[in-house]
Design a protein around this ligand. Sequence first.
Ligand code: GLC
Length: 812
Amino acid sequence: MAGETKKGTGTRPAFGGFAADGREFVITDVRTPSPWINYLENGRYFATISGNGGGISYDRSPLHGRITRYRINDVPPDRPGKYLYVKDKDSGEVWSLTWQPVGHEPASDYRVAHGFGYTRAEAEVQGIGSSVVFFVPLEDDREIWKAVLTNRSGRRRRLALVGYVELALGHALVDLINQCDDQHFNRARFEKEANAVFATKTYWVTETRGTQHQENKEWDRWAFFTVNRPVAGYETVRERFIGPFRSESDPAGLERGLASKDMDCGNAVAALEVDVELGPGESADVVFSLGVIAKTEFERTKADVLRKYRTSEEVDAALGRVREEWDRFFAHTRAATPDAEADVFLNYWTPYQAKVAFDVGRVASFYYWGIGRGFGYRDTAQDTIAIVIADPDRVRARVGLLARQMRRDGKVYHHYYGDGQGEFTEHCDDPLWFVLAVTEYLKETGDFGVLDAVEPFLGGGEGTVLEHLLAVAGFAGANLGAHGLPKFGRGDWNDTLDYIGGKDGGESVWGAMFYVAMLDRLLELLDHVAAGGRDAGGRGGEARRLRAKLVEALETHAWDGEWYIRAFGEAGRKIGSKANAAGRIFINTQSWAVIAGLPDRRRLVRAMDSLAERLDTPYGPKICAPAFREIDPAIGLITRCVPGKKENGAVFCHPAAWVIQAECLLGRGERAFAYFKKLLPGRIPQETFSAEPYVYSQYITSDEHETAGKASHSWQTGTAAWMYRVGYDFILGVRPSYEGLVIDPVIPASWPGFRVERVFRGARYVIEVENPDGVERGIASVRVDGRPVRGPIAPRPAGSICRVSVTMGKTA
Ligand code: GLC
């Protein structure tokens, strides 16, 4: 197992730490406070796996294409999963190759490493060393579990190794709520020539909502589970494998032997047993794989599919390609700062998490079943900003997808499924996130052709991407309330301010700031393309007037003396004001005042200082304070939530990234980095933090609750995308613009310098920054390949390496 690990900072022992090179998180105590998971995926086939083997698998959609079951929120937790049981045929002793589900003691015999696209579980039990690596190859829609067993006992051992999964087979929600009927459509069989179990369901639902409509179709996939050695026994029915009054910890099938008999109906599982006999010192490789084959291609491709990944060499080569792909991805940005911990996140774990969130669409995790909601419009729009640097083509496709969720009046589905289904709500912010996605794509790539791409509007008609952008501006202009601020509708970025809209229409102050920031982006784009001779049909003027009106309304109505209020509720009631007992100050209307570039710098500085004074905690800044302790139906869900949790006063990590950006925009590098550092996932003692210390969580419980410091909803949060971009764009200060690469670091004065690499439009920029005067911001000189430059560095030829030396210093 790689390298030494770093200890946690708390008084309780740590459960794990990063390997010395930062590329693996090694769990040394598998009794983690919550399942610490990893994602294995190729953008089509998805699997999660915890340090104890728990997790789901699905093909394309966690709702419609669920392969295996996972029971969130059950006890014991984190089951079922991808399980490998070993039975010593002579002693009868049984254990598993991950600590759970058998839970063989001592747990210290087990270690797990989560890496990029793979997880490796190692154990030493009863003189048998084992190492299993789980991953999903880039090219094939399956997961591979490669186990190596080594006999270190000094005597001959006769072992049975059993791979086991519990199958859902199709629509996960129907499987969950209608299992009693659904099981009657399960078909499973073992095929000897193929050495595999095949399973499917002859009934399938593709509707996204609960419905009485019984669709007349079957799941369009066969799931398969196979192994590279002759199968000595198998099972396809859970009732027989587990047995009555037992669980995955002590399945009856391992005691009495597998039934090796096909049966349709019942809870479907796939269990395959192989015999492994090992002399002293001998090792054996066993490769299981679980995957799907489209029924239309089943007969034609089955033999080829099952022939693959039968040798260690082939498996190792496929894993090598997974590693290379992540290396390619990571190589687009690289940071070497005086803070090694920050570097590990900026170089690896934050872009890794952001890419996973982009691929998963934020729908499935240890917390989210992936069955209830479609893809969030604002979430999937924001996720693009982290991916565009290394995978612009994926973002271009996502821009098209987002465009297709829009009506001609600029309204978009709040949640969509990608197949034309979705739901309109009255959130005031959703459509504007499209502007972020498109403009970041264009700044990164310069691919202005995308503006002419034609996409259909929901409800009929079509338009170019530029027309979609203008439709968004039209939506914004038509959605203003009594103070000239956006009508709140069902919510804004904060989904739990869902009843401020009320009967006579509350207004969102944050929404106004957000509109201003997005209109700025649109205007910058229109100016840029106009300079290039492209005409936007004179629509820029409207957007400019709207921007000016919004700024005026904000400055006239939203300043509360020391900070900006959050909203106007019914009858002009102020929310997020010093006049309120709870929710007096909210984070987003301070940070976005700065991001929107509101004109009064004194107010901006005061607002950010108020935020620091009233919202900051040892865990990071809270989303609002004080938390609501009384239910207020005229505000909404936020007030129904337990104080200190989630939107009701927790440290919500996603908007904390905007605080860092705002501090950078004010030039306060010391503060910006202090927030950044504080929010790094590994900072809180692991027992307290509870969630994975290698990825961001959606929120950290604040000091208004007894579980302060406890994080929740890890992985699927916009935090990663924003922390990644805010880290590179605003702290290290290297960001794309239409003209070229902007250099504008905002760092702690104590940093003597740093180095950053970034790929931009195909060229690699190697940027060395020195800070001899100990400033937080300011550029004395920039030299590109030895020559002084001012302003953004114009794009260099693709494939070239561009050396940039930056000297920071006091500017007059
Ligand atoms: C969740 C939602 C996101 C929303 C946030 C704040 O993270 O996915 O869309 O902005 O909560 O309510």
